[in-house]
Design a binder for this molecule. Structure first.
Ligand code: AMP
Ligand code: MG
Length: 404
């Protein structure tokens, strides 16, 4: 049964996505520097790729009708890749290499493994189908077609495709500038010895990594002490340079939770007790005109809420095309005997079990534990009010899919 005090993930996302201003500033970058950037315009194919019919193998270009059983045919030309060939002399073959252009008049290429070299020329020892081993002009990309749509995030794959079309520079949207503010008097940066009561600030680094992978620019990264005025001052300063502020911790309802209080006093705030586990509470608001996403403090919750709540929002703000998660349905290799009213995101990994995969859960799912996130390669979803027995089908999302 739904708990009226808990906000379902979908409702929180609807709210976030309805208030997600998209980056509009456009920059031009060298293709070599385009990884992770978002295309600012559609890319239509300027010219056929490949530009001409060419050979898929090393061998001999022939005209099928010139081949007569056990009669050799003379080799009249040699066509290295990168040279424009002359038309094929009728009744002859041309030595050809992978990627070499097909000479006019030839209609097939015979692999070199399928011929015998004789005094009278080459003897083709195989059945030849017209058109075999020829890569047709435009078979990869046809002039005028849409090759890549605006809003595509550039992966190595897209870099290669853009290069194959001759693009040396690409117009991309500016990176989303994000400020990371970790809150807590107990936090110390790695590199400093721990004093009594202190712990290392891990969320800062988890978030730097997540945002970098998502293609964002981290413009400011500070630790906020649990002080009201210092929190206000830093949030306002971050708002000047960032398109988005992500905080961790300080959004519960304790008296030391100053992020919540400052947003209420000096900006705006929607605070949700989210119906997800780990993960409540999550805050969303603004200060100085800059949106603020307030994640919980527990390190495990930070990862889950960033992936499930932050990523769809960031993806939209980056100007990327919307993407529905597909996930995989995989049998569970674990049991959960007590049902929760919250949807649970179990730090899990896909493992082979015989011929079928199963999804295994890290034994300790405490939201304070980061070891689980390194053991895992994704999240398995346990629906609300549901128990799990081994063999039950669960939806599993890999971290790679969640971050892409
Ligand atoms: P809070 O929401 O501020 O009450 O924090 C919840 C829990 O997460 C506490 O145990 C904090 O010590 C811990 N925590 C908060 N921020 C961080 C951080 N940046 N790195 C590691 N642990 C944190
Ligand atoms: Mg705190």
């Amino acid at each position: 049964m739904a708990n009226p005090n808990l906000t379902p993930l979908e409702d929180a996302l609807d709210h976030l996505l309805s208030e997600a201003p998209v980056v509009t500033q456009i920059e031009t970058v060298a293709l070599a520097n385009s990884l992770g950037r978002v295309l600012a315009e559609n890319h239509y194919v300027p010219a056929d790729v490949p530009p001409a019919d060419n050979s898929a193998v090393d061998g001999y270009a022939v005209r099928k009708q010139d081949l007569h059983g056990d009669q050799p045919i003379p080799v009249s030309a040699r066509i290295p890749a990168g040279e424009a060939p002359k038309p094929l002399e009728p009744g002859t073959a041309a030595r050809i290499f992978t990627g070499s252009e097909i000479p006019e008049g030839a209609d097939s290429v015979v692999m070199q493994e399928r011929i015998e070299v004789t005094d009278g020329g080459i003897l083709v020892q195989a059945q030849v189908d017209e058109g075999q081993n020829i890569r047709r002009r435009g078979q990869d990309l046809t002039r005028g077609d849409l090759a890549l749509a605006k809003g595509t995030q550039v992966r190595p794959n897209e870099m290669g495709l853009l290069a194959s079309m001759g693009a040396a520079q690409v117009a991309v949207l500016a990176r989303l500038k994000v400020a990371i503010l970790s809150t807590g008097d107990e936090l110390v940066d790695p590199g400093t010895p721990l004093g009594p009561g202190q712990i290392y600030n891990s969320n800062r680094f988890t978030l730097i990594g997540l945002l970098s992978e998502a293609g964002c620019e981290v413009v400011l990264c500070e630790t906020l002490r649990d002080k009201r005025e210092a929190t206000r001052e830093t949030l306002l300063r971050a708002a000047e340079s960032a398109d988005l502020i992500i905080t961790s911790g300080g959004v519960s309802v304790g008296e030391e939770d100053h992020v919540r209080a400052v947003l209420e006093e000096s900006g705006s705030l929607s605070l949700w007790k989210m119906a997800i586990k780990p993960g409540k509470p999550v805050a969303f608001g603004a200060i100085g005109g800059t949106p603020v996403l307030g994640l919980p403090g527990n390190p495990g919750s930070v990862l889950v809420t960033f992936l499930m709540v932050g990523m769809p929002y960031i993806r939209k703000r980056q100007g990327r095309n919307p993407k529905a998660l597909s996930g995989e349905r995989i049998p569970a290799d674990f049991a959960i005997s007590s049902a929760s009213v919250r949807r649970e995101f179990v730090r899990a990994r896909k493992e082979p079990r015989g011929s079928e995969p199963v999804v295994a859960a890290y034994p300790n799912q405490s939201s304070g534990m980061l070891s689980s996130t390194c053991w895992a390669d994704g999240l398995a979803v346990v629906p609300e009010n549901t128990t799990v027995s081994p063999g039950d089908l669960l939806t599993y999302y890999s971290f790679a899919e969640l971050l892409s």
